[in-house]
Design a protein around this ligand. Sequence first.
Ligand code: ATP
Ligand code: MG
Length: 490
Amino acid sequence: MNNSILVIDDEEIMREILETLLTREGYDVRLASTASEGLDLVRSMPFDAAIVDVMLPGMDGISALDELKKIDDDLPVLMITAFASVENAIAAMKRGAYDYITKPFKNDEVLVVLRNALAQRRLVAENKALRQNLQAHVNRFGDIIGRSPRMRQVFDLIIQAAPSRTTILINGESGTGKELIARALHQNSSRADRAFITVNSGNLPPDLLESNLFGHVKGAFTGAVYPKKGLFELADKGTIFFDEIGNIPVDTQAKLLRVIQEREFMRLGGVETIKVDVRIVAATNVDLRRMVEEGKFREDLYYRLHVITVELPPLRDRKDDIPLLVQHFLDKYAAENNKPGLELSPEALDLLFDYDWPGNVRELENAIERAVVLSTNARIDADLVPDHVRSSKRFQMPQFVVPPEGISFREVITDFEKRLIESTLEAAGGVQKRAAELLHIKPTTLNEMIKRHDIRPRRKKAANGAGASRPGGASPDVEDDEEVVGADRE
Ligand SMILES: Nc1ncnc2c1ncn2[C@@H]1O[C@H](COP(=O)(O)OP(=O)(O)OP(=O)(O)O)[C@@H](O)[C@H]1O
Ligand SMILES: [Mg+2]
């Protein structure tokens, strides 16, 4: 759908110029010659942005701005002002205008500012939508975020499996949320108000691990001065979670198998059988099947655990969850760090979206926490995205095929230079200064090359406000052979 833009200007020639310019860009333009006419329009249909002249007969542009904001607080409003009344424009900015443009303006300047305004509006709208979505999804599964088809399957499985006592194996790479899922299984079961006990079999020597799990009687070994309850007893009527089950030594595996089958065991050194009612959940990030083949994991235990398996997909396979997760962690760490209203720029989100996240959700969470802590203003820009995430979006050299008859070195180089400049200008939203920065060359050098290659500003939609380092990122050095319009009238 085309973006709709409202223009409020009392001068017919200005309305016409803007209408022609914006329509040619594909915007849906509505014109009003007075503030009250404009306000009527805004009340009757949705707009994506408004361009308002400061000097209007009757209600002036600043009051019109106030009224527009009352109707739609998120509407970006661009003020147009004569050079002489820049103070008015600054006053307007303080009252919530998105940016201002002074007359006479260049076409490109208007278009760049407008594009940025629309990109911001989109971001604000997306943030709102994300928040609403979050509300709908956090309730049941605590803090587990996700609405990708793969995660929905996981949620469905949890709902089905949670109430029973069936053993569950959770499979997933590091940082995919295995522990969260284990807790959700517990919380969605009738055991929710009983213990949830985690066993980190880590690098414990087998003896110690077993005395932790099963407890021991007095005098079971040197140092066993008092009898001790094991984790299985503590987890009675609750859930016991074996994190990294693949780390359990083979001898202990046999004992574990018995508990799973019989729901009973003996304390170390004891003769009395102890019965427990526990739900067993296990997690692994290794291929247990392979361990079985290698003789490192008991096959019978493998099958006991494998009754129901939850496969947690790596983050790179459910990228549609990234924006939601980003918003979730942004809210979380903004609150923790006392930085309310912190936002992420579209460029930064793009980078986070494109990255592969080998460390999965944990790595993403860490990246956001870092950015929030380091942020110094209300918006997190691309520079706060970790270097290795940023640099994964690399420049790609084209593949060269040299035909048997050969090629003209000079022509290829010239052509390559031209295309590189065109692509960079596009990435910079047409702002030459920014493009020069991206290419690490001086703006004058770039300008000279643009002339040499006869590169014309393309009327192409720029990537989401690219190059906007400040609101409105319009650069005064957009130089092209555009006609200068809106020449002084006041
Ligand atoms: N879907 C999710 N929604 C919100 N937070 C998540 C999600 N998945 C993971 N996390 C967060 O990512 C971090 C890692 O999750 P968790 O510890 O559950 O992963 P794991 O699979 O157990 O990792 P490991 O294999 O390294 O132990 C935690 O801080 C967790 O809160
Ligand atoms: Mg874990």
